[in-house]
Ligand binder design. Structure first.
Ligand code: AMP
Length: 251
C-alpha cells in the first residue's frame, strides 16, 4: 500500500475519496485473510500490502475509526456495533454487510484488496460471494493462517496498536524500538479494549463457533490456501509467498 494512501474510501465510507489511490493492475490481487484473532493477520496484511501495492481493508478498523466520531455523527446501528465490539462479540451481520456494501468501490478498485476480518460468518461469506459475483470480481485466494489456540491468546494479550498509523507491535515478539512508541509515526501505542483478558476469551469462543466454519466454506470452493502461523512475522510472510508460489504476489 502506498504510504500516502489513507484508505479514506474504506475507513470513512460515503463519498470519501482516498488521498492517493493504489495504482491499477492488470490482474488486481484480491485476497481474503482468515484466522483466529491474534494469529497475525494484520501484520501479514501490512507486509503483503506493501509488496502488492494494494489496500488493507479491515472491518475492525472501520469500527475503531467510528469510535472517534461524535455521537451525532454515529448512526444508532453504529453505536450498537461499538457496544458489541467492546464486549468482543460479533457485530450483527446486517450492520457489517451494510457497511461493506456501502464500500463496494473498494472491492472494484483496480489496485485490488486484502480483506481482513471480513467475512467472519458463513452468512457474511455468502453475501460477499453474491456481491463479488454481481460485480464480476474473482478472489485470487483465501489465506488461512493457522495457529494453536494457546499461542493465539499469548499473541493477543501482548499486542499493542498505534492509533495513528494502525501499525501493530508485540511487547515481546515484535517490540517497538522505544517502549510504548510507534516506530513509524511516533504515536503512543495502546492495548485495544478487545485485547484485554475477558474479551479475548470471548473472542476465541466466537471465532470457534462463527468463523471457523469459513475454512470449510472456502475449501469447498477451491480457493483456500492454509499457512502455518508459527514463528516470526517475517517467517510467516515468507511461507505466505511460497504458498502463493510467487504468482499472485510478483510486483
Ligand atoms: P478485528 O480488528 O477484525 O479483530 O475486529 C474487532 C472487532 O470488530 C470484532 O471483535 C468485532 O466485534 C467487530 N468486527 C469486525 N469485523 C467484523 C465482522 N466482519 N463481523 C462482525 N463483527 C466484526
Amino acid at each position: 500500500m502506498s504510504e500516502k494512501n489513507d484508505r479514506a474510501t474504506w475507513i470513512k465510507g460515503g463519498q470519501a475519496q482516498c488521498n492517493v489511490p493504489p495504482v491499477p493492475r492488470d490482474k488486481p490481487p484480491r485476497f481474503v485473510l482468515l484466522g483466529a484473532p491474534g494469529v497475525g493477520k494484520g501484520t501479514q496484511a501490512e507486509l503483503l500490502c506493501e509488496r502488492l501495492g494494494t489496500c488493507h481493508l479491515s472491518t475492525g478498523d472501520v469500527f475503531r475509526a467510528a469510535r472517534c466520531l461524535t455521537p451525532e455523527e454515529r448512526s444508532p446501528a453504529l453505536d450498537a456495533a461499538l457496544d458489541y465490539m467492546q464486549r468482543g462479540d460479533l457485530v450483527p451481520d446486517t450492520t457489517v454487510l451494510d457497511l461493506v456494501r456501502e464500500r463496494t468501490r473498494c472491492l472494484r478498485c483496480g489496485g485490488g484488496f486484502l480483506l481482513d476480518g471480513f467475512p467472519r460468518t458463513v452468512a457474511q461469506a455468502e453475501a460477499l460471494s453474491n456481491l463479488l459475483e454481481r460485480e464480476q470480481i474473482k478472489l485470487t485466494a483465501v489465506l488461512n493462517y493457522d495457529l494453536a489456540l494457546d499461542k493465539v491468546v499469548a499473541r493477543l494479550s501482548g499486542r499493542r496498536t498505534c492509533p495513528g498509523c494502525k501499525a501493530v507491535f508485540h511487547v515481546t515478539a515484535r517490540p517497538p524500538k522505544v517502549a510504548g512508541v510507534c516506530d513509524h509515526c511516533g504515536g503512543s501505542l495502546y492495548q485495544r479494549e478487545d485485547d484485554r483478558p475477558e474479551a479475548i476469551r470471548n473472542r476465541m469462543e466466537v471465532y470457534q463457533k462463527s468463523t471457523k466454519p469459513l475454512i470449510d466454506f472456502y475449501q469447498q470452493r477451491g480457493v483456500l490456501v492454509t499457512i502455518e502461523a508459527e514463528g516470526t512475522p517475517e517467517e510467516i510472510y515468507e511461507r505466505t509467498l511460497v504458498a502463493l508460489n510467487g504468482n499472485a504476489t510478483s510486483k
